[in-house]
Write a protein that binds this ligand. Sequence first.
Ligand SMILES: *Cc1c(COP(=O)(O)O)cnc(C)c1O
Length: 235
Amino acid sequence: MTSIQHNLQEVRQRIAAAASRCGRDPQEITLLAVSKTKPASAVAEALQAGQLAFGENYVQEGVDKIQALAHSHPEWHFIGPLQSNKSRLVAENFAWCHTVDRLRIATRLNDQRPPHLPPLNVLIQVNISDENSKSGIMLEALPELAQAVAALPHLRLRGLMAIPAPEKDYQRQLAVCQKMADALASLKQHYPSVDTLSLGMSDDMEAAIAAGSTMVRIGTAIFGARDYGTTPPQQ
Ligand SMILES: *Cc1c(COP(=O)(O)O)cnc(C)c1O
């Protein structure tokens, strides 16, 4: 068994264990394998092991892998910060975008989504706890942005995403995740298309699942440590 195959099994077991501890069906939780900085061959290996959905942070790097693996049809999620000048590549190549946090980006994605493709699935990124992050909107701004996004015909509003500030204490992780789950619950009441909470990484996956996450984003535990070399990858 390759190490990617082995790691995937372990991560799936962790998800199943976390789900069963809080009485949830593990099938409700999608594992998004975050393949940023990893070669297409690593994604191919994960596909071989039954992994279907992959997350990328850097637009051009993601598009290169999407093209290299077009024959095997993985589901590609864009999960990085999105600049306006890269929105077209996301609209044309990805199935999901997790990082919509302003109307200008949503409008561009909508206008640039090719009509022969199904609507782009989008999540609104919420800045739930990280004062140092410029990504994500405040919860107070969510109703207005959600209403505008839901009205765009080539986007499908699926839910919310957050990257909570790093926190070691489980109870505090849980409290933050619970705020996201509450926000999702109220969004769901207004928009029937909403069903997804993208929340939980390697260190807070258990708390995220306990709170109600439906999609955890895991990179290192599947593909191993990332090597950025001396220069970080370009957006
Ligand atoms: C890199 C990244 C992940 C995965 O992080 P790991 O620590 O490698 O598991 C998840 N979500 C986002 C938004 C990321 O950028």
